[in-house]
Design a protein. Structure first.
Length: 214
């Protein structure tokens, strides 16, 4: 029996349609949306930071909003990039583990040329879970952009405990609350690794505080 290879584009497109249908069953509530949709903020090309395990409801919720996403160079990243394109996102390839600096340079170029913000899963692609890595802070420093933390809190979800991020898949007809934090503007960190570490910890605290009262 001949096995026909399936292209990442086909898998990504099929995944996008499945996510769309799944998303139609969810009850989505947004908190502090006015901050996120503020034209003045969009003009500053914000760096949007997310946790890796919460991306499922966030992708379709922001379809067509013309932002760029930093996507891993792995094979799974190929599929995700195709899915994101279907939702109207631009993709910048690279991660903290593979092609990290190239991805940051490419992200800065996209921000300058397209005038768009960039989305980071700040603990991806391999963790540690819910630990902010320096990439988003570095990019915000060099682009002069504010950082906007975003969380998705799911009322009922299948949690994949064996995955490094404990990925959350909301059950159909469950409620998803998307919380937009206030923009964070940090002065340049320079080349001081200790200062960068403090900034990452500060952003972790902000992320963990979003939605803790839900």
């Amino acid at each position: 029996m001949v096995r026909v290879p399936v292209s990442p584009w086909f898998l990504g497109t099929a995944l996008a349609w499945l996510v769309r249908l799944w998303h139609l069953t969810l009850r989505v509530e947004r908190i502090n949306t006015a901050v996120f949709t503020d034209p003045a903020l969009r003009a500053k090309r914000p760096v949007i930071i997310l946790w890796h395990d919460e991306i499922f409801p966030l992708i379709p919720a922001h379809a067509g909003e013309r932002m760029a996403c930093v996507v891993s160079q792995s094979q799974d990243g190929e599929i995700l990039a195709a899915a994101l394109k279907s939702f109207g996102f631009l993709s910048v390839r690279g991660s903290s583990s593979r092609g990290g600096m190239r991805a940051l340079i490419a992200a800065k170029r996209v921000m300058d040329e397209q005038g768009v913000g960039v989305i980071f899963t700040v603990d991806g692609p391999r963790g540690p879970r819910h630990k902010v890595k320096p990439g988003a802070v570095f990019l915000a420093d060099h682009a002069g952009s504010p950082i906007v933390p975003v969380r998705a809190v799911m009322s009922r979800a299948k949690i994949f405990h064996r995955a490094w991020d404990k990925f959350q898949l909301p059950w159909p007809f469950s409620k998803c609350t998307i919380i937009y934090g206030d923009p964070v503007t940090l002065p340049p960190a320079g080349d001081d690794p200790e200062e960068m570490r403090r900034r990452c910890e500060h952003l972790e605290q902000i992320m963990n505080s979003l939605g803790c009262d839900l």
